[in-house]
Design a protein around this ligand. Structure first.
Ligand code: CUA
Length: 318
């Protein structure tokens, strides 16, 4: 079973750059599993239809060759084969789909709000007063209710191993319930073309044991863990604070990701680069090298000393 799924995954997802191990065909939660079930039913029905149609085609060719009258002709065959059978198949598929939709969960035990910006995700935990970006931690075994918003353009939130995609549409809220039944890291991405850096608008979902999640979310809700007057002044002087917030300091910009616990994240630039000091240094000097078209401009105003100081400061914000 896994074999055909893997082969199909390779064929259908290679173009999207989604590997076999992280695709919708390798579900890690009940929502994704139900969706795969629905897909599997539709897939095998389609295979059956193709086999029957091709079989009829071959039979017709053979009959023609023999110059004998074909049994597959006449009005009755056309009506049954061309109208009745397809209608029954489509009605059956519709019934299965409606049953699936009716069984969908619409509420969860944990609320997470996700805002899709160009080209990153803001992630809020309203029950814990915590905020982060591009990395969503969730507890294992819990229905998580995502409220999705798209403040600027339409994005689509998709974590294939946990469930199907949902659009983030300006002016309205979309709800999506996902559930991870195993701890692990699940890669997601924006699945709707939203501009130049659509392909680098990825998201990392980290499913943790509930106790680990509670610890993490409490840390994220706290203010900055280090205080460095010189770095904070450099952050202010070079206009970083106009776009970014570091809670517990005077930096309170809202255009870019909240950086209060920046160093606790595994990646920067929405899963574009590993969060390592050399990458942070290169990124803050000129993000356009890595994400041309992203909203963050190159910072040309800082001195070499300020640059190093900012990298040290940011990479200490755990
Ligand atoms: Cu956001 Cu594509």
């Amino acid at each position: 079973m896994a074999g055909w799924r893997c082969a199909l995954a390779v064929v259908t997802m290679a173009a999207a750059g989604v590997g076999c191990s992280s695709g919708a065909l390798d579900p890690r939660g009940p929502v994704a599993r139900d969706q795969l079930g629905l897909f599997t039913i539709a897939f095998w029905i389609a295979v059956g239809v193709i086999v029957v149609v091709l079989g009829l085609l071959v039979a017709a060719l053979v009959q023609r060759h023999r110059d004998a009258p074909s049994p597959f002709r006449g009005e009755r065959f056309v009506v049954v084969g061309g109208l009745v059978v397809p209608t029954l198949i489509l009605l059956g598929l519709m019934g299965v789909t409606f049953a699936f939709l009716a069984a969908q969960r619409t509420e969860g035990q944990l609320r997470v709000e996700v805002d899709g910006y160009r080209y990153w995700w803001e992630v809020r935990y309203p029950d814990h007063d915590a905020v982060t970006a591009n990395e969503i931690h969730i507890p294992v075994g819990v229905d998580v209710e995502f409220t999705l918003r798209g403040p600027d353009v339409i994005h689509s939130f998709w974590v294939p191993q946990l469930g199907g995609k949902a659009d983030l549409v300006p002016g309205r809220e979309t709800t999506l319930v996902l559930h991870a039944s195993e701890a692990g890291e699940y890669r997601g991405r924006c699945a709707e073309y939203c501009g130049l850096q659509h392909a680098n608008m990825r998201v990392l979902v980290i499913a943790q044991e509930p106790a680990d999640f509670e610890r993490w979310v409490e840390e994220q809700a706290a203010s900055a863990v280090v205080s460095d007057g010189a770095a904070e002044a450099a952050f202010e002087r070079n206009a970083c604070a106009a776009c970014h917030t570091i809670r517990g300091t005077s930096a309170n910009g809202v255009l870019g990701p909240d950086l209060t616990h920046f160093a606790s994240r595994r990646t920067i630039g929405a899963v574009t680069l590993p969060n390592e000091p050399s990458n942070v240094a290169a990124w803050i000097a000129n993000p356009q090298v890595f994400k041309p078209g992203a909203e963050m401009p190159p910072i040309v105003t800082f001195t070499e000393e300020e640059h190093q100081r900012l990298v040290d400061y940011l990479t200490a914000l755990r």
